[in-house]
Design a protein around this ligand. Structure first.
Ligand code: ZN
Length: 395
């Protein structure tokens, strides 16, 4: 038997509780016990890592990310996943959904198949999981191809398709059980049938890249859509006599909102409106980052097209925003700064909330006994100094 490991620290944010002078006992990939240093008894032979006054939080979960560190996840190669995983872990993210961008069906199926295989291998054997450098992919998020051309953002017009159950079933079969989220524009003809089919196959459904009216969005929420994709971005604008998808999402508690909290995609006043309407328990921070994240200014790939990064802002040749270069550690700090809420209060938006939305809250997004030992260690300014993925230090 491997010896147990204990992480001691000044503070644990679970994230809903604060534990001063905390101790986390780790057995292999899992958390065995959590409490104060007095409460957690360390068996003889336990390896102790004392982080002194540092803060330990659950590793972040990024449910919407296309790439980073010069790699696009559509490459679907072990190298691409390793590069992205390593970069994310440096910023405290321990799990993510590999997110597709609208592309040819052939390319989407290829990516789904390859990523699905890598995810299944990581779940069935611990040895294979250890092959992933850094953060682990825990599923696939299909963003497109069933989106509205009018709100396509950076997605290429030529590959956008009419919602089709048959196409989706091919995508889900290719992913082999690894698909977790489908994003679509609910106002498109046939979208509700696709939404219901996706729900039936166990997916969470997001609405986005959408020109939906409030009624059309409400219909999708009633049919089981639970996420608004990068809320405010690539959506019909809110008008007081035409509140649209934004009005529907702001006023309906059945749906959570993804937020790109980089200060570029959404202005801080709009963020405060979102927080007032939905409460922090219904906001999920996402990076939506592309391969240019963590790289110098220049041209990078997003799917099969080029995006230009200048000063950390990522745009297509037409000037549309094309994903971000943010990471979730910075997104939580920004959310606290923009709203005035404490870091601890905002932390759930990158940990517990995405875990719950994805049905992973027993394993991920929390520091609790039995959960995976996915942890980020922060200094007093909330910058990441070390990350553990399933009990293994990765920095
Ligand atoms: Zn998007």
């Amino acid at each position: 038997m491997k010896p147990l490991k204990a992480i001691l620290c000044g503070m644990i944010f679970t994230p809903t509780e604060e534990i001063k002078n905390g101790a986390i006992l780790i057995d292999g990939a899992r958390i065995a016990k959590v409490g104060t240093r007095d409460e957690v008894k360390l068996p003889a032979g336990t390896t102790v890592v004392d982080n002194q006054d540092r803060i330990v939080v659950p590793g972040f979960i990024d449910m919407h990310i296309h790439g980073a560190a010069g790699h696009d996840l559509m490459e679907a190669s072990p190298e691409a996943l390793a590069a992205v995983g390593t970069y994310l872990a440096r910023h405290g993210t321990t799990s993510y959904l590999a997110t597709t961008v609208t592309a040819t069906l052939e390319r989407t199926l290829h990516a789904a198949r390859a990523i699905g295989e890598m995810i299944r291998a990581s779940q069935t054997s611990h040895g294979a999981a250890d092959k992933f450098a850094g953060a682990h992919p825990v599923g696939i998020h299909f963003e497109g191809p069933f989106i509205n051309v009018k709100k396509r953002g950076a997605h290429p017009v030529s590959q956008i398709q009419k919602p089709s159950v048959e196409t989706l079933s091919r995508m889900l079969d290719a992913a082999g059980g690894a698909a977790r989220v489908l994003s679509l524009a609910p106002e498109m003809e046939g979208a509700l049938a696709v939404l219901e089919y996706a729900r039936g196959r166990g997916l969470r459904v997001g609405i986005g890249h959408s020109n939906a009216t409030a009624e059309e969005a409400e219909r999708a929420i009633a049919a089981g859509a639970t996420i608004a994709i990068h809320f405010y971005n690539a959506m019909r604008p809110f008008l007081h006599r035409d509140p649209g998808i934004i009005g529907a999402v702001l006023t309906d508690d059945r749906v959570s909102a993804e937020l790109i909290c980089d200060g570029v995609h959404v202005e801080s006043t709009a963020i405060r409106l979102l927080v007032k309407s939905k409460g922090l328990e219904r906001i999920v921070l996402v990076s939506d980052s592309s391969s240019g994240a963590g790289m110098p200014d220049g041209n990078y790939r997003l799917g099969n097209f080029t995006v230009h990064v200048a000063g950390g802002v990522c745009r297509t040749v037409e000037g549309n925003l094309a994903g971000s270069t943010i990471t979730l550690d910075a997104a939580v700090r920004n959310l606290a700064q923009f709203t005035g809420f404490s870091y601890q209060t905002c932390l759930r938006c990158a940990t517990l909330n995405p875990a719950r939305l994805l049905g992973l809250e027993k394993q991920k997004g929390v520091i609790a006994s039995g959960a995976d030992a996915d942890l980020a260690i922060l200094d007093r300014n909330y910058y990441v100094t070390q990350t553990y993925v399933r009990g293994r230090p990765v920095l």
